[in-house]
Design a protein around this ligand. Structure first.
Ligand SMILES: O=C(O)c1ccccc1NCC(=O)[C@H](O)[C@H](O)COP(=O)(O)O
Length: 223
C-alpha cells in the first residue's frame, strides 16, 4: 500500500514524514502566497523540500496551481518533482501529456477527480487514458477546486472507478488514522492519501503536520 502525505511546508517536516513511513510526499506550490490555497509554499521553499526528499521517498509530488501549461512545465523543470498533480485550475489532455513527456521525460502525471456523483465515473475513465495515476478526492464546500476538504465522500462511486480503471488509484478525502483501514478494506486502492486529518491546527488553520498522526496513518494503512 502506497501512503501519500500532503501538504508539506518545511523540509524538516517532510523528512520526518518520510521517516514516519510516507512513500509519497506532496507539496502545493504557489508563485505568490495570497492565502488562496491552504498549505501553499513558494517555489524556493518547495525546492528545498524536494531536494531534501531525494532518495528518502518513492515519489515527490508537485501540486501545481498554475493555469498555463508553459508555467506548469517550467515549474516541473525547476523542482524536478517525480509526479505532477494538476489542481482544478488546469484541465489536462493527451496533448499536454505528450508535451510533458518531451519536456519533463522523468515525470509522471496524476489527475485529480473530485467525486460529485456518478458523472465522475466517465470523467475518471477519460482522464485515465492519458494519466499515470488518478487521485479520487472530495470537493470542499467552500471552494470550487478539489482537495484538502477534510471530509469523505461516497465511496461506492470510487469502488466502481477502481474496478473499471486500469491505472493505479490513490484514495483521498477525509482520511486519517481512524478510517484509513475501512477505506482500504472497502476499496482496495493502490494508495491512500491524507492531508487535513494528519495536520496540526492553530485558530482553525493548518500550521504543519502532526507527526504522531502521520505515524499512526502510515501504520494503519500498511497493516
Ligand atoms: O494539500 C493541500 O493543501 C491542497 C490544497 C488545495 C487543494 C488540494 C490540496 N491537496 C491535495 C491532496 O491531494 C490532499 O491530500 C487531498 O485533497 C486530501 O485532503 P484531505 O481531505 O484534507 O485529507
Amino acid at each position: 500500500m502506497i501512503v501519500q502525505i500532503y501538504s508539506l511546508e518545511t523540509a524538516e517536516e517532510a523528512a520526518a514524514c518520510a521517516e514516519a513511513g510516507a512513500d509519497q510526499i506532496g507539496v502545493l506550490v504557489s508563485r505568490k502566497l495570497d492565502g488562496r490555497y491552504p498549505c501553499e509554499v513558494l517555489p524556493e521553499q518547495a525546492l528545498e523540500i524536494f531536494d531534501t526528499l531525494r532518495g528518502k521517498v518513492r515519489r515527490s509530488v508537485l501540486i501545481s496551481t498554475d493555469s498555463d501549461p508553459d508555467q506548469i512545465l517550467q515549474m516541473m523543470n525547476y523542482l524536478h518533482a517525480d509526479v505532477l498533480q494538476l489542481y482544478a485550475d488546469y484541465h489536462s489532455s493527451l496533448d499536454f501529456r505528450r508535451r510533458m513527456k518531451e519536456e519533463c521525460p522523468w515525470a509522471e502525471l496524476m489527475e485529480a477527480i473530485g467525486i460529485r456523483d456518478r458523472s465522475s465515473i466517465p470523467e475518471a475513465e477519460e482522464k485515465a487514458a492519458y494519466s499515470d495515476y488518478l487521485i479520487l478526492d472530495s470537493i470542499p464546500d467552500n471552494n470550487p477546486g478539489i482537495g484538502a476538504a477534510g471530509v469523505t465522500h461516497d465511496w461506492n462511486i470510487d469502488r466502481e472507478i477502481i474496478l473499471k480503471v486500469k491505472i493505479p488509484i490513490i484514495e483521498a478525502g477525509g482520511l486519517g488514522p481512524e478510517n484509513v483501514k475501512d477505506a482500504i478494506d472497502f476499496l482496495h486502492p493502490w494508495g491512500v492519501d491524507s492531508c487535513t486529518k494528519t495536520s496540526r491546527f492553530e485558530n482553525g488553520k493548518i500550521v504543519g503536520k502532526d507527526l504522531e498522526k502521520v505515524r499512526a496513518f502510515c501504520k494503519a494503512a500498511k497493516q
